[in-house]
Design a protein around this ligand. Structure first.
Ligand code: BGC
Ligand code: CA
Length: 428
């Protein structure tokens, strides 16, 4: 409660400072060579609203937040989701499935429940959290310096790997061993991480070395999970678990996909654009978020929270399984409580430059971007969407050659360490 009051007070102070430097909107719109229009041409690029999303500025080896990027200016925020809460849910979802299906789960009947794990990006905090969540729930986690090791083990047929251990699981009076048979970062030769095609190949290799020792397939996301499901687990009836609640994965639950986690992309996509809208309007940052706006949009704290110290909004996750998947079939539908159109005279059109780090990423391209495209209309934002190649920051930054043409920026980095590649362009 105290935190929220402080947040409101700070937000109030920020409104004041933004209002002081905004032009008021009476001037003729400035046009530029990229065809964008801007009514706030006098605002320096370094003072324009900026939101980081999906990849939180942070050190990719230690996870430490990059506070200089998160506090780039008074109108800078991060929007993501609670990685630890989601990771714990994913682990629990898998464990619950194992317990409920204990009579059939051990395919070769050797008393060992074997699983393989597809890791997205060893330097991405979401990926790290999910690997830890699965290992923690299944009893295979090993700690080092107070944290669960999240490294891939490669192959662990005999259980001798040191990054994981064999877990023990007692169900109905019988004790089973749980073993991480194999895990690998799914990075392709060009350097793209969370790579679905790589996962589709890996499951082939794993299946030929482990065969019916594999009882469960776990994945850091649905893109990789579905690739493995389609290549192998569906026909071999091996439950496969992912993350993101992409529409194809939710639909596959009817065909034996074990389950997924919704990271409430519908709430995140809204927040991504909403914080920019509020900053551009010069209103309290909580408008249409914790406080109902003039169109009736408001979020409740069961779907998100704000961490003022980290300048970060986090959506909360929900497990999607055979019990409830029919409520999640349309992953690109706007979230009802924030689906109201803003009035264009009170909230005039503004232009936003936004990039997706990898145009081939299933979650971002099939779920997140379509949601953003639904909300941009509702919020009267004209958004230019730039799709990166998932490999180099330059592929994206090259297309931000004229930041003066935009009123605000939304950035999805290739690597969480690279915020400065973007802020350097805004500082020029
Ligand atoms: C998603 C992944 C996605 C990654 C990209 C994660 O939050 O769960 O599916 O590949 O973001 O940064
Ligand atoms: Ca077995």
């Amino acid at each position: 409660m105290k935190k929220r009051l402080l947040a409101l007070a700070l937000a109030g102070a920020m409104v004041f400072s933004l209002a002081a430097c905004s032009s008021g909107g009476n001037d003729a719109p400035a046009t530029d060579d990229q065809g964008g229009t801007s009514e706030t041409a006098e605002v320096a690029n370094k003072d324009k609203p900026l939101v980081w999303f999906n990849r939180q500025p942070s050190n990719s080896s230690t996870g430490e937040l990059d506070m200089s990027a998160l506090q780039f200016n008074d109108n800078t925020y991060y929007v993501g989701f609670d990685a630890n809460q989601g990771a714990e849910l994913q682990g629990t979802m898998i464990l619950d499935y194992v317990k409920a299906n204990i009579d059939t789960i051990d395919r070769n009947g050797d008393g060992i429940i074997g699983y393989v794990l597809a890791i997205g990006d060893i330097g991405h905090n979401d990926s790290i959290a999910r690997t830890r969540g699965v290992r923690a729930a299944l009893g295979t986690a090993v700690e080092k310096d107070g944290a669960i090791i999240s490294d891939p083990v490669g192959s662990n047929a005999d259980g001798s790997a040191t990054a994981v251990q064999d877990g023990n699981l007692e169900v109905n009076g019988k004790t089973y061993i749980v073993r991480e048979l194999a895990s690998q970062e799914m990075k392709n030769s060009a350097g793209a991480t969370w790579d679905a095609a790589t996962a589709g190949n890996a499951i082939g290799t794993w299946a030929s070395s482990f065969g019916d020792q594999i009882d469960i397939v776990a994945s850091n996301n649905d893109g990789m999970g579905m690739s493995m499901f389609n290549a192998w687990s569906k026909s071999n009836k091996v439950p496969t678990f992912g993350y993101d609640a992409n529409a194809d994965a939710v639909a596959a639950i009817a065909e034996g996909y074990g389950g997924t986690i919704s990271q409430h992309a519908d709430v995140q996509a809204y927040l991504t654009l909403r914080v920019l809208r509020n900053a551009l309007d010069g209103v309290d940052i909580d408008t249409g978020i914790g406080t109902e706006d003039d169109a009736g949009n408001v979020l409740t704290d069961d779907v998100y929270y704000y961490d003022e110290a980290a300048r970060s909004y986090y959506a909360l996750n929900v497990a999607v399984t055979a019990d409830n998947y029919t409520e999640f079939t349309d992953s690109t539908k706007v979230y009802g409580p924030v689906g109201n159109q803003l009035d264009a005279s009170a909230h005039p059109e503004k232009s936003v430059w936004l990039n997706i780090y990898n145009a081939a990423d299933n979650f971002l391209s099939a779920t997140y971007q379509p949601l953003l495209q639904n909300y941009d209309d509702l919020l009267n934002l004209k958004v230019e969407y730039i799709g990166g190649d998932g490999q180099t920051e330059a592929n994206i930054t090259n297309r931000l050659s004229n930041p003066s043409a935009y009123d605000a920026f939304a950035i999805n980095m290739v690597k969480t360490d690279n915020a400065a590649s973007y802020t350097a362009l805004l500082n020029q």
